[in-house]
Every structure is written in structure tokens, then in C-alpha cells.
Design a protein around this ligand. Structure first.
Ligand code: ADP
Length: 504
């Protein structure tokens, strides 16, 4: 059965026209559903009539976060296009690779990325380059003003692809994960059930809109249900903290990677902050130090741990706020519309408490990577997505993500999961941020190396860190060395880039 996909923005514009759809913190612009619908319609008309966009064509964006990002997503839908949000951290050759792979017919970019677009112009040909200045006069605003030709939106089904999101490519070439309207539909249902989203919900979004973190938790679900989204240009810990701690801001929900909460928790204002008025605050995307979760919970933050991936349109497992402390460290239970397995190296299911690779199947899973048939045969064999994550399930059915397989190392024949070691180091007073990797060692094969950022005003030395690890961890897990650094490398989402840490 082919199920039609409905135009949510048009629906809310018809039945709740004056409801607030989105707020742009940087420019101060606010849009009701009626206003958003109009701008989306005009932009879609421009894409169709002026740029010649046809069903399945790609429309790329290279922009910092703004409400325009969501306008473009919904305009792409009406024009029948697949939206390709580019990671603005990428260098020109990396952008070139993706653009050659995806072959978009149009690229909408904001002014600060003009140099990259200029450099790309000589390397590849994109028929339409559209400059945007966040509400200021620009090609983009002119296009919206001009887009008044008669225009019939393209009908879509739940199987049609809406977005093409390239994975970070930390191992090998980046791959474009295709996400369909159906993937989003079911993620929205999963998210609503777990994170308590309703028409009255208002989510603060600061994760990048080129990543599912910024798109799917919980902006797209809220546009589905007619709620409100406030968009922050880039993560600003002080501003995010102020908004989340202030009941008058109207914000009810947020989602972040652990680094977001770590940085907020290290601000002086955090000491007196309370978060009891929020409905749920999600944390996921990377292993969370337990000490950080405990600290946030002690401030009344209704924390919900979650596990997910780009390829799963985000949520795969979710830990309710009621269980946040009872099952601390767990990423929760499977969402309604997902099936999970944990298998050993031979693909055989393992029992409770045994670490294996997590597999996931269901309607939120990508139909495959763009133009990667060979990769898809392996990564999605029988519809089960191989996540590359090491996990176990406890006797009560709660899932624990131990770490990424590729971050695990073997020391003296024993598996070491860096997340566990980092978790212990975070419990040491004075540790601002840390990361552990495995490095080659003649005697043990591999040993741990810890990188530690010391909090301002604190003093730590290698012996102190190693002594703390020895007191709290089995000997083979204890790093052999500690390097103190001013900061750790992060990707634009805020996750630590372990492959950039020195191994020599
Ligand atoms: P990237 O690889 O660029 O970070 P994704 O955002 O798709 O791309 O990352 C998904 C990965 O993030 C998962 O495979 C897993 O390794 C990690 N992850 C997500 N949620 C959690 C969690 N709750 N705990 C530990 N790791 C997580």
C-alpha cells in the first residue's frame, strides 16, 4: 500500500494559522504557521518554476542554523526535491566530494560561506546558486518575494526520500543516508510517545541543522504536531542555559549531546539554575559521563537518555525521565516502532549482559545510502542495520551502549571500552573534559592514552589521574599515559573527534 504523505505546515496554517511555528534567535524573526506556510509556498514555487526542480532532484544548503533551514526543508518537500544539508565545517574538497556524489540542481548558501562557494564554482557546476542573508535583502528573500506563480505542490508518499544526510566520514568516504517521509513519520510518533511532545511543546534547537540532532529531536516532530521551535544559530552554552533555566522563555524541551550539557554545567550560572519546569531534556549521540547525568538530575532536569543514529532518523532507544536515575547509564528501551538485536561476530544473538553489536530494524531505518548498492547489501542485510555500536541488554530489557566498536581497543587480550574509562576520569575533581583512545604498545598490543582538559583554577597531574583510575578500574583498563591539553577537538555537533587525537 502506498501511503500519501500530508503537508503538515499547510494543515496547521489552515486550522491554527496564528500558532507560533518558529522563532529565529539570531535575527529575532518569529513566524506563525500562516506565515511559514506562505514563505514555504513561495520558495517552493521559485524552486519549481525558476530553478526547474523536479521530483527527486537535490537541493543543497550550506548555512548556519536559522528558521530558513526549516523553510527550505518544507519547500523542498512541496517541490518534490530531496534536501541535502551540508556540514558547514567541511573543507572545500570535502564539500566537492559530496556535491559531486549528490549532484544538486541548486545550492542555497549563507553569506559567510561565500568563499567556499566561490572556490567550488570552479570545480563543479551547480545550475543555481542562491545567496541568503537571514531575513536581509538577498537572492533568497527576492526568490520568496517573487515566488507567486501558480504552483501545485508535488504529492509525496511515505516512501519518497525527503533528505540526504551525509555521515561524517570519519572512516572512509562520507555516505549519504537517505531519509524518507515514512522514516520521519515513525520517528515523530516514537519521539512524541517518549519525550511527551504535544501541540503545546516548544523545543530549543541548537544542534546543527545539517545533522539529525538538529532536525529530528525535536524540530520535525513538532512541525508535525503543530508545536513551536526556537532555533539557535550555533550552540551558545550561556544562552542555552539562560533559556532552559527560565520558565518565562516558554521552552519545554531540548535535546543535546553530552558536551552541550558539560559546557552548560561548567558555567557559574548553573550553580543556581533549576530545570524542574521543563517537560523532557534529551541527551544522546555519544556516551554520557554518569557524573554529568547525576549533576543535571540534581538540578531538577527531566533527563531522558537516548540512543540513535543518522540512519535511524534518530531515536532507536529511549530512557524515560522516571527511570533516568534507576537505570543511569542506560540508553533505555526500544522505541515502539523499532526492533533491536545484539549479535556476536558470527551474527548469533547473545543473551542478557553479553556485549555484542547492536542491530536495528523498522520503519525509521534509512532505505539505504545514496548510490552505494554494495555498501547497502552489507550494512542493511535483511533490513537489519548494522550500527557499529557495542551494546548489551540487562535482565530488565534496558539497553546499554558500551561504545563504538571502532573505539574499543584490546590491551593484553582484554577488551577496553574507552567510555567506561572516561566515565571514571570524569569523577575526578578538576576534570573539565576527557577522552581515552587506544595506542600501540609493544608489550600489551594496545594501551589507553587519556587526554584531559583541566577546569580553570584546578590542578591535576598524571600521577593523580592514573592513581584515581587504579583505585576505580581494573588494571588493564587504566591508561598508561595522560596528556593534558587546552581543549579537545569536537565536530560541529559537539561530539569529540577521537581520530584527531595524536596516537604517536
Ligand atoms: P556521527 O558518526 O557523525 O556521530 P551519528 O550522529 O549518526 O553520526 O552518530 C551515531 C552514533 O552516535 C551511534 O552509532 C553511537 O556510536 C553514538 N551514540 C548515539 N547515541 C548514543 C548514546 N546514547 N550513548 C552512546 N553512544 C551514542
Amino acid at each position: 500500500m502506498t501511503i500519501p504523505h500530508h503537508d503538515w505546515i499547510a494543515h496547521h496554517a489552515a486550522y491554527a494559522p496564528e500558532s507560533l511555528a518558529q522563532v529565529d534567535l539570531h535575527s529575532g524573526r518569529r513566524f506563525t504557521y500562516r506565515q511559514m506556510h506562505e514563505r514555504v509556498q513561495r520558495l517552493a514555487s521559485f524552486l519549481r518554476n525558476q530553478c526547474g526542480v523536479r521530483k527527486g532532484d537535490r537541493v543543497a544548503t550550506l548555512c548556519h542554523n536559522s528558521t530558513d533551514g526549516f523553510e527550505i526543508l518544507f519547500a523542498a518537500q512541496r517541490a518534490g526535491a530531496i534536501e541535502l544539508p551540508l556540514n558547514w565545517r567541511l573543507a572545500v574538497p570535502e564539500l566537492e566530494f559530496i556535491l559531486k556524489d549528490a549532484e544538486p540542481v541548486a545550492l542555497i548558501y549563507s553569506e559567510e560561506f561565500a568563499p567556499q562557494v566561490e572556490a567550488l564554482r570552479g570545480r563543479l557546476s551547480i545550475p543555481h546558486l542562491i545567496l541568503k542573508r537571514e531575513g536581509e535583502p538577498s537572492d533568497y528573500e527576492a526568490a520568496i518575494d517573487a515566488g507567486i506563480d501558480p504552483f501545485e505542490p508535488e504529492a509525496a508518499t511515505l516512501d519518497d526520500v525527503w533528505m540526504l544526510i551525509y555521515t561524517s566520514g570519519t572512516t572512509g568516504r562520507p555516505k549519504g543516508a537517505q531519509l524518507t517521509y515514512g522514516n520521519h513519520f515513525f520517528n515523530d510518533v516514537n519521539a512524541a510517545m517518549k519525550a511527551e511532545l504535544t501541540v503545546r511543546s516548544h523545543c530549543l534547537v541548537y544542534l546543527p541543522l545539517f545533522h539529525v540532532g538538529g532536525i529530528c529531536v525535536y524540530a520535525i516532530p513538532l512541525f508535525h504536531f503543530g508545536g513551536t521551535v526556537t532555533v539557535m544559530r550555533q550552540f551558545d552554552a550561556a544562552r542555552a542555559l539562560a533559556l532552559l533555566a527560565d520558565p518565562a522563555s516558554g521552552i519545554t524541551h531540548a535535546f543535546g549531546v553530552p558536551t552541550n550539557f558539560l559546557f552548560m554545567s561548567q558555567l557559574p550560572a548553573f550553580a543556581d539554575a533549576r530545570f524542574d519546569h521543563l517537560v523532557t531534556v534529551g541527551v544522546g549521540g555519544a556516551p554520557s559521563p554518569l557524573a554529568l547525568l547525576e549533576l543535571c538530575a540534581s538540578k531538577g532536569m527531566p533527563l531522558t537518555q537516548a540512543w540513535g543514529m543518522t540512519e535511524t532518523a534518530t531515536l532507536g532507544t529511549f530512557l524515560s525521565k522516571e527511570m533516568a536515575l534507576a537505570k543511569i547509564g542506560s540508553s533505555g528501551q526500544p522505541v515502539l516502532h523499532a526492533a533491536l538485536r545484539i549479535v556476536d561476530g558470527e551474527g548469533t544473538d547473545v543473551g542478557a549482559g553479553v556485549v555484542g553489536e547492536l542491530l536495528i530494524k523498522g520503519p525509521t531505518i534509512t532505505p539505504g545510502y545514496w548510490r552505494r548498492e554494495e555498501v547497502n547489501k552489507v550494512a542493511l542485510a535483511d533490513g537489519w542495520l548494522r550500527t557499529g555500536d557495542a551494546a548489551y541488554v540487562d535482565a530488565d530489557g534496558y539497553y546499554f551502549i558500551v561504545d563504538r566498536w571502532k573505539d574499543m581497543f584490546i590491551s593484553g587480550g582484554e577488551n577496553v571500552y574507552p567510555a567506561e574509562v572516561e566515565d571514571a576520569i570524569y569523577r575526578l575533581e578538576g576534570v573539565g573534559e576527557c577522552a581515552v583512545i587506544g595506542v600501540a604498545d609493544e608489550r600489551w598490543g594496545q594501551v589507553g592514552r587519556a587526554f584531559v582538559v583541566v577546569k580553570p583554577g584546578a590542578a591535576l597531574d598524571e600521577a593523580g589521574v592514573l592513581g584515581h583510575c587504579l583505585a576505580n578500574l581494573a588494571r588493564y583498563k587504566v591508561p598508561k599515559s595522560v596528556r593534558f591539553v587546552a581543549e579537545l577537538p569536537h565536530n560541529a555537533t559537539g561530539k569529540i573527534l577521537k581520530h584527531e587525537l595524536p596516537r604517536d
